[in-house]
Design a protein around this ligand. Structure first.
Ligand SMILES: Cc1cc2nc3c(=O)[nH]c(=O)nc-3n(C[C@H](O)[C@H](O)[C@H](O)COP(=O)(O)OP(=O)(O)OC[C@H]3O[C@@H](n4cnc5c(N)ncnc54)[C@H](O)[C@@H]3O)c2cc1C
Length: 426
């Protein structure tokens, strides 16, 4: 145990003993000389939590560990695939995060030792922590789709957690002959951003309608129904008649294998020859959750809903897509909401106080055409050890809204994206 660690432990103990409402670090301490928090994952959850911790108490030393120097935000990336925006609209660096007093280590976390409270990075350094926050997003479940190996994943990309794949899909669409079939496979839940595959189908249909009108989109679904289905299907009927075919589970939507050489996608009932394919495989918490020992047999991470502390490892918190948060969807706005609650809970725990029962929100916009969006907003609170819907519940765009309302929602989607990315990345 290092001298610094002993010092911090004593500090934490005395803070807890004091039990005061304010954070009880000794006033003589300089910035960043209080307890250490390491955060793995510089996406919406992790970066949001780093900022919230610094704002709550600058004496907490916060180190954000992120594998890539540039973050590519998934919301609105379907618009990039469809040629409506450029990739740089999605990309953010960490200079402004550093300017906020957060130490940023650009290197992948490769090991976590919950006993010694250390994180090892690919660059060889080791960071010690008093509390660790894990927000690694998602990974795909390996070996679940016959034929879907690394090369197949690069050729028929999900573009769900990899910026380069967004460009690959766009280039493939641009190179496709008119008359080709675009196949999108949609996984069973739980999954990142449940409406995203249908937003992708919509915006690709928009591209095809305007550039390659003899082509079509087929969505092969591992589910019997999907979120906001009536709204999506009504919009498809209105905007893209005959261009999008959705195949649900009982009609043979379940993906059973892929054949890379011929871009053939097999389901239990049929085979589809794709000109362009986007396979979105079944998901789990990002690998860093396995490193930290916070993922259970479901592949996701059980947490205390008040603090987001892991049920499996003390002093480690899990937020964002990796966490099991009951009724909350896996969205950027949920990750941001959780990041703030987690930061407040960590500050309270350092001060020996109990975390307060939070109310969390999530809002998710889906663009169906450049001037046509629908949304789903939810409010959640902890009950029976899990997040459940709280009044006013989940509010979805009305089915009979006029086109002006859809246009307003498209503008709101843009505003939401600008706000959340500037709040997170500066
Ligand atoms: C097509 C699409 C559209 C979407 N649209 C919306 C939307 O409209 N609204 C909305 O709210 N949400 C949307 N989402 C969902 C949203 O992107 C995710 O829910 C959100 O990014 C989750 O945040 P996170 O912090 O959990 O993970 P991420 O944002 O994925 O961040 C995880 C970070 O951890 C890093 N990392 C992973 N492992 C390590 C490691 N070992 N060491 C260091 N760093 C590591 C990764 O590089 C990454 O930067 C969409 C998603 C997709 C795919």
């Amino acid at each position: 145990m290092t001298g610094a660690r002993v010092h911090r432990r004593q500090l934490l103990k005395s803070a807890a003993a004091a039990g005061a409402a304010a954070v009880c670090f000794a006033p003589a301490l300089a910035q960043g000389t209080g307890p250490r928090v390491v955060i793995i994952g510089g996406g919406f959850g992790g970066t949001g939590c780093a900022r919230a911790l610094r704002q709550a108490d600058p004496r907490i030393a916060v180190t954000l560990v992120e594998a890539n120097a540039t973050y590519t935000a998934p919301p609105q990336s379907n618009a990039v695939i469809a040629g409506l925006m450029e990739l740089n609209h999605q990309q953010f660096g960490y200079n402004r995060v550093k300017a906020a007093g957060i130490e940023v280590a650009i290197s992948a976390a490769t090991a976590v030792d919950p006993e010694k409270r250390t994180v090892t990075l690919a660059n060889g350094s080791t960071l010690s922590y008093d509390r660790l926050v894990v927000s690694p997003g998602i990974d795909f479940r390996a070996g679940t789709i016959p034929g879907y190996d690394r090369t197949a994943a690069e050729t028929m990309p999900s573009a769900f957690n990899n910026g380069a794949e967004i460009t690959t899909l766009r280039r493939q669409l641009e190179a496709m002959d008119d008359g080709g079939t675009v196949v999108i496979t949609s996984p069973a839940n739980p999954a990142r951003c449940p409406p995203a595959p249908y937003e992708r189908a919509s915006l690709i249909a928009h591209y095809l309608k305007t550039r390659k009108p003899r082509s079509k989109v087929i969505v092969l679904d591992q589910k019997e129904s999907f979120t906001m289905q009536k709204l999506f299907e009504a919009a498809w009927q209105e905007l893209y008649p005959g261009l999008i075919e959705w195949v649900g589970l009982s009609n043979g939507g379940a993906l059973s294998a892929v054949e890379l050489a011929t871009k053939t996608i097999a389901t239990d009932f049929d085979k589809y020859k794709a000109a362009v394919a986007s396979i979105i495989p079944p998901q789990k918490a990002g690998h860093a959750a396995d490193l930290a020992g916070v993922a259970d047999r479901t592949g996701w991470c059980p947490v205390d809903p008040l603090t987001f502390e892991s049920r499996l490892q003390k002093n480690i918190h899990v937020i964002g897509d990796a966490a099991i948060a009951g009724a909350m969807p896996r969205s950027a706005s949920a990750a941001q909401s959780q990041s703030r609650i987690c930061a407040a809970a960590i500050v309270a725990l350092f001060a020996g106080r109990k975390a307060e029962a939070p109310t969390l929100t999530s809002s998710c916009y889906s663009l169906i055409a450049p001037d046509y969006a629908i949304s789903q907003r939810g409010t959640y609170r902890p009950a029976d050890d899990q997040y459940v819907e709280a009044p006013p519940g989940v509010v979805i765009s009305p089915a009979d809204a006029p086109r002006t309302a859809r246009k307003d929602e498209a503008q709101q989607a843009d505003n939401w994206f600008r706000t959340i990315t500037s709040e997170t990345f500066g």
